[in-house]
Design a protein around this ligand. Structure first.
Ligand SMILES: Nc1ncnc2c1ncn2[C@@H]1O[C@H](COP(=O)(O)OP(=O)(O)OP(=O)(O)O)[C@@H](O)[C@H]1O
Ligand SMILES: [Mg+2]
Length: 145
């Protein structure tokens, strides 16, 4: 699917409709993974905010650039949303101390990874790719596949 966004709000709306559409908690064997690609400032964190709010997460989402990973509980469920920023990582091995294998193995988890191309070796066979291109000003092209 391809979308054009002309504002932060539109990007968050696209993210929230994706979250509502494809979240089928527990219906698959592993965590659901969303790989976010796009240059600095493309809108990856903005996208995560829209996605998280659709799941009812009220916490303020900030970029996990320095902490690498943040975890948010989805209320009334045993689901956690993990927000990972791989920008400062050398490769997927840097995620191992965080217990990424166990997190990815739990089908209740939802994992969104910014700069996912840095850790592509750890991505499972099936995941959703979200590529955001900065066209100009506030215009972004968002491709989800
Ligand atoms: N249509 C749009 N969609 C998303 N962000 C937009 C849009 N138009 C303008 N922006 C601005 O672009 C910036 C996107 O920042 P954001 O932190 O989401 O990017 P990022 O891809 O996560 O960057 P980084 O690689 O540094 O983590 C914000 O300042 C936001 O206000
Ligand atoms: Mg970001």
């Amino acid at each position: 699917m391809k979308f054009r966004s002309n504002s932060v709000e539109q990007t968050q709306k696209i993210a929230s409709s994706l979250a509502k559409k494809i979240i089928k908690i527990g219906s698959q064997r592993h965590a659901q993974i969303f790989a976010l690609e796009g240059e600095l400032g493309a809108g990856k964190t903005t996208f995560v905010k829209g996605f998280a709010s659709a799941l009812g997460i009220k916490a303020h989402i900030t970029s996990p650039t320095f902490v690498l990973m943040k975890r948010y509980a989805v209320s009334m469920s045993k689901t956690y949303l993990y927000h990972i920023d791989a920008y400062r990582l050398r490769n997927h091995r840097d995620l191992m101390p965080l217990g990424i294998k166990e997190i990815m193995a739990d089908p209740r988890n939802i994992i969104l990874i910014e700069w996912s191309d840095r850790v592509k070796k750890i991505l499972p066979g099936k995941y959703v790719k979200v590529h955001i291109d900065h066209i100009n000003g506030n215009t972004r092209k968002i491709e989800i596949k």
